[in-house]
Design a protein around this ligand. Structure first.
Ligand code: FES
Length: 124
């Protein structure tokens, strides 16, 4: 499913947060009020990368950080779902560990403004 197939997905250009609020090696969940309901977003910062995913694990559609916010792998390469430890590459959301195999996170394409605001990419 693509990020913009969700009923509550906000329009391109919507601000999701600010890069200065992210600590490298961590994830932060935010709920965006799109006017069509709350849209759950997981912002991830690791090894200088910033990524955004729909905060819903494809295994059981639970928030990835439902049981813990400590969901970045020790080597900084994966999001590890806090529910049953499915692993997804931070770079592209592809499932690479345990229950994550054969599925993927829904990547939200982002751009970062000069002032550090993270937005859904207009081009995406
Ligand atoms: S809900 Fe994520 S691994 Fe089960």
């Amino acid at each position: 499913m693509a990020w913009n197939d969700y009923r509550s997905s906000p329009p391109p250009g919507t601000a999701l947060g600010h890069k200065d609020d992210l600590v490298d090696g961590s994830a932060r969940s935010v709920l965006i009020d799109s006017g069509k309901g709350g849209f759950p977003v997981l912002l991830v910062a690791s090894k200088g990368l910033i990524r955004a995913f729909v905060n819903s694990c494809p295994h059981q559609d639970l928030p990835l950080d439902y049981r813990s916010s400590d969901i970045i792998s020790a080597d900084g390469s994966m999001v590890l779902c806090s529910n049953h430890q499915a692993g997804f590459r931070i770079n592209d959301g592809i499932g690479v560990l345990d229950l994550g195999h054969d599925c993927a996170l829904d990547v939200i394409p982002i751009t970062i403004d000069a002032d550090g605001t993270i937005r859904i990419s207009v081009a995406g």
